[in-house]
Design a protein around this ligand. Structure first.
Ligand SMILES: *Cc1c(COP(=O)(O)O)cnc(C)c1O
Length: 360
């Protein structure tokens, strides 16, 4: 069998090897059930145990307050771009902060359903920064304010929670959830696709303050109503059973690592290895402004696009995979979510040093 590589993909991305080994072990026969989790009825006693434990572990790890509901949905983070306005744009108005491509897509989708005000758009800067609080003025009658907490493509990340007063704050946390503790009570809705930092594709986690349930108009399809999914405990229809089970395994692994405080320390440490190298280099150029740097997606450039192509090819030989930037922006991007071990980041840093010396 070939060796496992260090997979720096932005998503779907690496899982902890321990988790993969547990999945492998339990794949044909889960516990006393005589079958795989994939084969179980979502309403069976055994599956409900997996489901409830996963939900409880997520609640515990993220310290989700009791007045919030955790939903396990499908359709990716992208479906939330529509579900959010369809469910809670009660005044017909919503404010969006555009700090990258996913934030922009979310705003464009919402604009199909109401009056969207783009409060700030970082496009003139090429999406390399996050606005200061003083640059953000929200409309008093906005139903909600939407931000993208970590900009996966550009490699920028919010370092503070914007103050929105009584207006619910909605955050797309797809590429940073579970990387650090979060004060859930500051948000109306948090959503995230699981395939970046939580598990595998097919599952979207939505954490929603209970008073925001059941605000949708009658014409909203039943499957797109938060209230319907909340009332049925995410079992209005068949949930993504296997993906929820994998999330459960990742959550247990996270608890063994010391929880989200420990992950925050590790994330800082991993990112610092790469940013220190970038800051001391006259060869590589980091994309994000210093104060906005993402701890999850480190984006940078070589002096030429040809060198970047060569970087990708040479890195592959060193077991470093999926380091190419998003097709929209080019350049290079190292996604270093929870499952990326420090050794992987060190291997990349070593390779970067060597490549710069050889190509300077
Ligand atoms: C990947 C990503 C998305 C899109 O997620 P899907 O699950 O593919 O719909 C949305 N927002 C952010 C921040 C992402 O990183």
């Amino acid at each position: 069998m070939k060796e496992r590589v260090y997979n720096f993909a932005a998503g779907p991305s690496m899982l902890p090897l321990e988790v993969i080994n547990e999945l492998k072990e339990e794949l044909p026969v889960y516990g006393e059930t005589g079958m795989a989790v994939m084969e179980m009825s979502h309403r069976s006693k055994q599956y409900l145990e997996v489901f409830n434990e996963t939900k409880n572990d997520l609640k515990e790890l993220l310290s989700v307050p009791d007045d919030y509901e955790i939903l396990f949905l499908q359709g990716g983070a992208s479906l939330q771009f529509a579900m959010v306005p369809l469910n809670i744009m009660t005044t017909g108005k919503a404010d969006y902060v555009i700090t990258g491509n996913f934030a922009k897509k979310a705003a464009e989708e919402a604009a199909r359903f109401g009056d969207v005000c783009v409060v700030y758009d970082d496009k003139p800067n090429g999406y390399d920064r996050i606005p200061q609080p003083s640059e953000l003025k929200f409309r008093e009658d906005a139903s909600y304010v939407h931000i993208c907490a970590n900009n996966t493509i550009y490699g920028t990340q919010w370092k503070y929670i914007p103050e929105t007063g009584n207006i619910p704050l909605v955050a797309d946390m797809s590429s940073e959830i579970l990387s650090k503790p979060v004060d859930v009570s500051r948000y109306g809705i948090i959503y995230a696709g699981a395939q970046k930092n939580m598990g595998i594709a097919g599952l979207t986690v939505v954490i929603i303050r209970k008073d925001l349930l059941n605000r949708q108009q009658d014409r909203v399809p039943v499957m797109l109503q938060y209230g319907v999914h909340a009332k049925a405990d995410s079992m209005y229809n068949t949930p993504p059973t296997h993906a929820i089970y994998v999330l459960g395994k990742v959550l247990k692994w996270l608890k063994r690592q010391g929880g989200l405080e420990a992950m925050a320390v590790r994330s800082e440490k991993k990112a610092a290895i790469l940013y220190d190298l970038l800051d001391h280099s006259d060869f590589y150029k980091p994309h994000a402004a210093k104060e906005a740097r993402s701890l999850m997606n480190v984006t940078f450039n070589c002096p030429t696009a040809e060198l970047e192509e060569e970087f990708v090819q040479e890195a592959k030989k060193a077991g470093i995979i999926n380091i190419k930037g998003h097709r929209l922006v080019g350049g290079l991007r190292a996604s270093i979510y929870n499952a990326m071990p420090i050794e992987g980041v060190e291997r990349l840093a070593e390779f970067m040093q060597k490549f710069q010396e050889e190509n300077r």
